[in-house]
Design a protein around this ligand. Structure first.
Ligand code: UDP
Ligand code: MG
Length: 336
């Protein structure tokens, strides 16, 4: 008896990706053996303001394997990935950007590694094309700091991954709200294999990240995977205490020697340094505190406004959910 084809979901977070929807699916199609694998596309519309949704609906009229998870507003890529994975029902899921910067021609290699037993196949960037020097340097510095603080090497890491069902179930069971997908997939362990790729130019549209957004992501990434910054503040405190003793001794000596006013510059410098340390320390505490506040509030990571499943059992039978009878599921992702 013939064994049934293994199923694969392709999860695509989309924020204003209208020009990329058709070209992405056509490109991915040429790289997945449809006879061997039953493949479905899960598009997550992360509150797009262009015609991304409409394009996905148009695509669903031409194909049988499309579903759309529509978020109620823009929650960010991390939340979009969470929503997509919550709706995955297949043996594996491939997470890929909509703009073709993650080359679909890598998919056969990823599937091969999965078939050999990998639970997570990480696609690692060799180098980004045309990325400006500032962004490259910033990303190199971030990776260095991140690796030091968390003990995980993130150079070249990307969100382009294949996850086995086992990994998907584990990730879906994690309740943490502040997510850093790359960090979490590493944290859960299991059998990882890496494949390399060169980042292509964006197919169409523009990047959704600005410097502030990237800075926020870096802070989130570090604070959700390491408590070392808090420990560093304590260590700095000990150093400044030793320094204060030394300086206190010198000041006392000056006073006894009748030369008390000469240390005025030192006092100002010390005051400035110490107050900077204190401010940084308070800021750090605030960052961790706001994370705890977010977790305690217990709000879902994102809100799914509708899950429109256009998948049809055969090529010809009309979709049960298409047209006016859309399967609109009003539910919170976190409550699944
Ligand atoms: N994206 C998203 N929500 C956002 C920002 C981005 O779902 O708030 C998606 C976007 O549509 C794309 C992927 O995340 O599919 C990567 O985004 P982008 O290409 O802007 O990032 P870059 O490649 O510049 O890092
Ligand atoms: Mg991109």
């Amino acid at each position: 008896m013939e064994t049934p084809a293994r199923t694969i979901d392709v999860v695509i977070p989309c924020y204003n990706e209208e020009p990329n929807i058709f070209s992405l699916v056509n490109e991915i199609d040429t790289h997945i053996d449809n006879g061997k694998y039953d493949c479905a596309f899960i598009f997550v519309d992360d509150g797009s303001t262009d015609s991304t949704c409409l394009e996905i609906k148009k695509l669903s009229e031409k194909r049988r394997n499309i579903s759309l998870v529509k978020l109620s507003r823009n929650f960010g890529k991390e939340a979009a990935i969470v929503a997509g994975l919550k709706h995955s029902t297949s043996d594996a899921a491939i997470i890929i950007d909509a703009d073709l910067q993650h080359p679909p021609n890598l998919i056969p290699d990823m599937i091969r590694e999965w078939e050999k037993g990998a639970h997570i196949v990480d696609a690692v960037k060799t180098r980004r094309l045309n990325e400006n020097l500032i962004r490259r340097t910033a990303s190199a510095i971030f990776n260095k700091i991140f690796s030091r603080l968390t003990g995980i090497n993130f150079a070249g890491a990307s969100d382009f991954k294949l996850l086995d069902k086992k990994a998907i179930v584990i990730l879906n069971g994690i309740k943490e709200k502040t997510r850093f997908f790359r960090g979490l997939t590493n944290w859960i362990g299991l059998n990882h294999v890496t494949v390399e790729f060169k980042v292509e130019e964006r197919n169409a549209g523009t990047t959704k990240w600005n410097t502030l957004g990237l800075f926020r992501l870096s802070i989130d990434a570090v604070t959700s995977h390491s408590q070392k910054p808090l420990q560093i503040v304590s260590v700095l405190g000990i150093f400044t205490l030793i320094f204060s003793f030394l300086l206190g001794g010198q000041t006392l000596y000056n006073k006894l020697a009748g030369d008390a006013f000469s240390g005025f510059t030192t006092v100002i410098i010390v005051l400035l340094i110490l107050s900077s340390f204190i401010m940084i320390g308070i800021g750090l505490l605030g960052t961790y505190l706001s994370k705890i506040y977010d977790e305690v509030k217990g709000r879902p990571i994102c809100i799914v406004e509708a899950h429109e499943n256009y998948r049809k059992t055969t090529e010809r039978s009309p979709s049960k959910f298409s047209g006016r009878h859309l399967n609109v599921v009003n539910r919170l992702v976190g409550s699944k």
